[in-house]
Design a protein around this ligand. Structure first.
Ligand code: HEM
Length: 205
């Protein structure tokens, strides 16, 4: 099996989780309690040794195969979508390493429940938000951007008169709107979230 095929299979596996995960995060617009309630239901699906091992292995495969693809396409990517494809991929690889180290570190070293408050502590505290706002925003937009590029490559037909080019741009715009909506929820409608004291260790308190 070649690298592209491996990357596609691990990518589809991860996308199932990310779809659920981003849905969970956007539900924060209904409040932290609702977010945690939904996470507890979703955890029944992914927080078990079987699914989590598959997921973490798929992420590892995605990073390694992705970096290999980045190296071989870096000099031949010409169109805007080809460039967006490789650069969003590179960002996602870096993001995965940091995000998963943080989650696993939080769970096994700090012994914290890596719930809503763990995810948004830095997002709601100055100066940490100077890092966390672009860090999360670029990740979510990169995820939709990466999908838009695959769509652009594979799609051959117009939908409702819209060319594959326009369809792909719509996916990117949707990703940007989705990110803003999620931030609206994760920062309690931009007013900030009150972080429980056990998470203060994350924001140097
Ligand atoms: C603002 C955006 C995000 C926040 C606040 C966030 C927060 C979190 C939290 C709190 C967990 C732990 C889940 C648990 O303990 O059940 C987690 C896990 C994870 N997140 Fe995110 N995340 C965000 C965006 C993303 C994005 C964009 C991706 C991928 C592109 C991603 C991929 C993952 C993965 C793969 C896990 C590990 C799941 C596991 O094995 O437990 N996250 N995230």
């Amino acid at each position: 099996m070649n690298t592209k095929k491996i990357h596609l299979i691990s990518g589809i596996t991860i996308t199932i989780f990310i779809g659920l995960h981003l849905f969970n995060n956007v539900c924060s617009i209904f409040g932290a309690t609702k977010h945690i309630e939904i996470m507890q239901i979703l955890r029944l699906f992914y927080r078990n040794i079987f699914i989590e091992t598959i997921l973490l292995f798929a992420v590892l495969v995605q990073i390694i195969s992705g970096l290999k693809l980045f190296k071989s396409y870096r000099n031949t990517a010409i169109s805007n979508f080809e460039k967006l494809h490789i650069w969003t991929g590179l960002y996602l690889a870096i993001f995965f390493i940091i995000h998963l180290s943080a989650i696993l570190g939080g769970r096994y070293f700090l012994h914290l429940d890596t719930n809503f408050y763990f995810g948004v502590a830095g997002l709601n505290a100055f100066p940490f938000n100077l890092f966390f706002v672009p860090y999360y925003a670029i990740a979510i937009i990169s995820f939709f951007g990466h999908i838009a590029c695959i769509h652009h490559k594979k799609m051959k037909h117009n939908i409702f008169g819209l060319t594959p080019n326009i369809q792909s741009i719509i996916i990117v715009i949707f990703g940007i709107c989705f990110t803003i909506l999620m931030f609206y929820g994760l920062t309690n409608h931009f007013n900030g979230v009150k972080i429980p004291s056990e998470y203060n260790v994350l924001i140097g308190k």
